[in-house]
Design a protein around this ligand. Structure first.
Ligand code: SAH
Ligand code: SF4
Length: 340
């Protein structure tokens, strides 16, 4: 008989599983506490349970964990974790220190099917969706490895398009706020712009922050670099952003990857400012991270600063996101599963 992964069960399912074994109700909250607060790696570690109880449970169930294949530290403090999943696939998470914040960037899929031209994850294709517990396990495992430091923020911005894995991502968001006690204000979902799912998200999951990867200001250019734009063109995307309910006093983040000669002119910057002017928002400018086989280049420094200046002059909050973790290939768009 195949053993049941306790992390794959919702609290409700855990309750029915335990009552099916003849165990009283309070065991469920004990188990939840040991798995998610105390981060027990095995049933054996749950010392609040008697030995016979642990043995009985251990025959029927187990606690999954991610296997750490590699942990790389960048000279700028960023760390990359390479994990192996139960089926041998691999994913990456990136830990980014920034002042008082310690942000973990988690993956939601093995690879990505969205095919954005400037993104290595997209170039390497799609393997499969992650399960909710595989998304949450990245937080649990890294949290354990970096003790006594504590993760303060979560961004769903690693490998994959979160909203293409809607059911598991919404379940993972509920686990983050409900079981790991992470505030919804500290969680950000980043999307390439799946309008339908974007608007469904706040109905199906805790309301979290939203980052939208805009990356172009005309449909022609966006069609070229992000195929999703053919389905949901810029106007539709902006309308959806306008409707999106954010946590109080929060703004949408627009990510804008600057690509030399493609989307980096002053005219682009002006169009960008006017596209987002009625949306409470800020812009993160990300100079393209080049990778082997990348057909684009990042713009020269001066153009990047010029672009930012046009935005600032138009009253837009615009930050240039210094790429972190370049030396360990942990920067945006550079995450890639281990070759198998
Ligand atoms: N799929 C989601 C989240 C993962 S991608 C999304 O697209 O939003 C996270 C961010 O990395 C996106 O903003 C994307 O535009 C950016 N990105 C992808 N490839 C990049 C590259 N080569 N250089 C810089 N940023 C990149
Ligand atoms: Fe997928 Fe995001 Fe990369 Fe596009 S940018 S291919 S959506 S991971």
């Amino acid at each position: 008989m195949r053993k049941i992964n306790l992390k794959a069960l919702s609290v409700e399912e855990l309750g029915s599983f335990l009552s099916g074994l003849g165990l009283p109700k309070y065991r469920t909250s004990q188990l939840v506490h040991w798995i998610y607060d105390k981060r027990a790696r095995t049933i054996e570690e749950i010392t609040e349970f008697s030995k016979p109880l642990r043995a009985m449970l251990g025959e029927k169930a187990y606690i999954s964990e991610l296997k750490v294949l590699d942990r790389l530290a960048s000279s700028d403090g960023t760390e990359k974790f390479l994990f192996e999943l139960e089926d041998g696939q691999s994913i990456e998470s990136v830990l980014i220190p920034d002042g008082k914040r310690l942000t973990l960037c988690v993956s939601t899929q093995v690879g990505c099917a969205m095919n954005c031209r400037f993104c290595l994850t997209g170039k390497t294709g799609f393997k499969r969706n992650l399960k909710a517990y595989e998304i949450v396990d990245q937080i649990i495992t890294v949290g354990r490895l970096i003790l006594p430091a504590r993760i303060t923020n979560i961004v769903l911005m690693g490998m994959g398009e979160p909203l293409k894995n809607f059911a598991e991502v919404t379940a993972a968001l509920s686990m983050m706020t409900g079981l790991l006690h992470i505030s919804n204000r500290k969680i950000t979902v980043s999307t390439s712009g799946l309008v339908k799912e974007m608007l469904e998200l706040p109905q199906k999951a805790p309301v979290v922050n939203l980052a939208v990867s805009l990356n172009a200001t005309t449909d022609d250019v966006r069609d070229f670099i992000m195929p999703i734009n053919k389905k949901y063109p810029i106007k539709m995307l902006m309308d959806a952003c306008r409707k999106f309910p954010l946590p109080k006093r929060r703004r949408i983040t627009f990510e804008y990857v600057l690509v030399d000669g493609l989307n980096d002119t002053r005219a682009d910057a002006k169009r960008l400012a006017s596209l987002i002017k009625t949306i409470p928002s800020k812009v993160n400018l990300i100079p393209l991270n080049e990778f082997e086989g990348c057909e684009f280049k990042k713009p020269p420094e001066k153009k990047i600063l010029d672009f930012q200046k046009v935005l600032l002059d138009a009253g837009v909050t615009a930050l240039i996101r210094k790429s972190k973790g370049q030396d360990i290939l942990a920067a945006c768009g550079q995450l890639k599963a281990k070759n198998r």
